[in-house]
Write a protein that binds this ligand. Structure first.
Ligand SMILES: *Cc1c(COP(=O)(O)O)cnc(C)c1O
Length: 393
């Protein structure tokens, strides 16, 4: 007799009543939020609404003005995941610019020394135009960062990126938000790398969360999009107004694909994060590697804070190799499965030597540092490729 192909199901525990929407876990919200109401014959997915204008007489008049049903499905889902209200933008940088443009001229901004290159360049430009003054701080050193926040002139905004690009340093969001609020500053967290499945900054006191939706949320390296999430109605209205006025709107297809990506966010993050944990430990043992930067390693400087404030450690890591930039470049050229490319957060693994960007070098990135966006491939295939590239270099 042939054995059954599938094991019979184990006796199931008594059925619990379906969880009320408010108490659902984040992995359920990612799947269930932002869908049309259950009605016989209703579509299960919100469709792609391709129209610039609407028949007069309703609430909806023009796409840039009131948005579309596609935008709302995405915004509802991301808002519920972060615990706030989301406003979608055409890219991560459009979302970041929308937040910075709201600052009165002359405001002081505090940002990390390690910072995503686009944000860093935009802040430098705003500084050069005389619109803001800027103080950079080592945000992973909580004591030092609090001192910078308390110094005069009082900051209007504290910009936290955690983990920071590309050093993968961790900021203590609750401690820094408390210090910022003492001096009346607004706190923004760029949550692109962690995603709301790993960290929910609004729960730790942040006022605003920004995302490059391009990365983990959309998850397939096939579009650019951004979003801002906040709790306060006034801030939400301000951001919608800025999108209306400056026009950094998302496309309908992008919004649809980004929401489709969010549906599998939990399983993608689980797998990518598990892969990152294994690879970080193996890299740390490898003779060609001088240092691994990943908060999931128990001896990483960011480990304690990350373990306290997060559900997991994400799937971004960096490692410094012996032999400098030349060896790092050879490793990036020698990989065959992993793709040498910028960006991150897709299902496929990407690596890059970040010091090749002058702005990252100026922000303190060692020239032998390789940033690794760990994907969802089989971990042994990833390790096989990395090992052969490390050996070849
Ligand atoms: C990519 C990225 C951005 C910019 O997003 P775009 O969608 O490329 O405009 C901002 N912050 C972080 C942390 C990023 O990784």
């Amino acid at each position: 007799m042939t054995p059954p192909e599938v094991e019979p199901p184990a006796a199931s525990p008594p059925a619990a009543s379906p969880p009320a929407a408010a108490s659902r876990r984040r992995s359920t919200v990612a799947v269930a939020a932002g869908r049309p109401a259950h009605r016989p014959g209703a579509p299960v997915n919100q469709g792609i609404e391709m129209t610039s204008t609407y028949v007069l007489g309703g609430e909806q008049e023009y796409l840039r003005g009131q948005g579309s049903a596609s935008w709302r499905a995405f915004e509802e889902t991301l808002g519920e995941l972060e615990g706030g209200r989301a406003v979608a933008f055409g890219s991560g940088m459009a979302a970041i610019a929308a937040v910075l443009e709201g600052l009165p001229v002359g405001s002081t901004v505090i940002a990390g020394q390690a910072l995503y290159s686009g944000t860093s360049a935009l802040l430098d430009e705003q500084l050069a135009l005389g619109r803001i003054s800027l103080r950079r701080a080592e945000l992973d050193d909580t004591t030092a960062a609090v001192a910078v926040i308390r110094a005069d002139p009082r900051p209007a905004l504290v910009w936290l990126e955690t983990p920071a690009n590309p050093l993968v340093t961790v900021a203590d969001v609750a401690a820094l938000a408390a210090a910022a609020h003492e001096v009346g500053a607004r706190v923004v967290v760029d949550n692109t790398w962690n995603t709301p499945l790993v960290l929910r900054p609004l729960e730790h006191g942040a006022d605003v969360v920004v995302h490059s939706v391009t990365k983990y949320l959309a998850g397939h390296s096939d579009l650019l999009m951004g979003a801002v999430v906040c709790r306060a109605d006034a801030v939400h209205a301000e951001l919608e107004q800025r999108r209306r006025l400056t026009g950094g709107i998302p496309g309908a297809l992008e919004t649809y694909l980004a929401l489709r990506g969010i549906r599998t966010l939990a399983v993608r993050m689980e797998r990518a994060q598990a892969n990152a944990g294994v690879l970080a430990e193996r890299l740390a043992e490898h003779p060609a590697v001088a240092r691994v930067r990943y908060p999931g390693l128990s001896d990483d400087p960011g480990h304690a804070v990350a373990a306290r404030q997060q559900d997991g450690f994400g799937a971004m890591l960096s490692f410094d190799v012996h032999g400098g930039a030349a060896v790092a470049d050879r490793i990036c050229a020698a990989v065959e499965l992993i793709t040498p490319a910028t960006s991150l957060g897709g299902v496929e693994s990407l690596i890059e030597r970040r010091g090749r960007y002058p702005i990252d070098a100026a922000n303190g990135t060692p020239d032998n540092l390789i940033r690794f966006s760990v994907g969802i491939e089989h971990v042994e295939d990833l390790w096989g490729d990395l090992s052969q590239a490390l050996a070849a270099a």
